[in-house]
Design a protein around this ligand. Sequence first.
Ligand code: HEM
Length: 155
Amino acid sequence: MNALVILHSYLRWIILVLLLASIVKSYSGWKGNKALSAGDKKLWLFTMISAHTTLLIGLILLLFGSMGMFTTTLEPGTSVMKDAKLRFYWVEHPTMMILAVVLITIGRGQAKKTIADAVKYKKAFWFFLIALLLVLASIPWPFRQAIGRALIPGI
Ligand code: HEM
């Protein structure tokens, strides 16, 4: 389970890099009125795959991890919503991240639509940008009180 947390954590950097690249490329495709390139399609696909992989591992951690729903015994009188850690890892983090993954999937889906390429780029740009903001807001950065985790686990 520890290895999965580490993998889940490292995947964050892959998602961030790919998502940022997708945003920059979509913006330049949109503003430059370019034809959708095979390279950009691939970039969008890899961005989506990295997000789906992280989501899958996240679901396993949510159920069976060190703070998993099946592996945590709540003290009598504890409320998930009143416990900052549980609220974050059981509610806020999964909800926002699932939403971000849905947006990334819709953004990547623009490549398959029968619309002008510049419109594909424009729509993908907005979906990816909002997804990036959600991911950035929902990562347990080290400076976040009570829920903060290492930037690079093990270092
Ligand atoms: C797709 C974007 C996601 C990113 C970038 C992300 C990122 C992270 C990071 C950086 C951590 C801290 C890991 C550490 O301790 O070093 C974490 C923990 C965690 N994440 Fe995610 N996450 C994502 C999606 C999800 C989803 C969709 C779920 C649940 C459905 C989830 C569930 C969890 C849980 C339960 C933990 C705590 C694991 C533990 O300590 O046992 N994550 N996530």
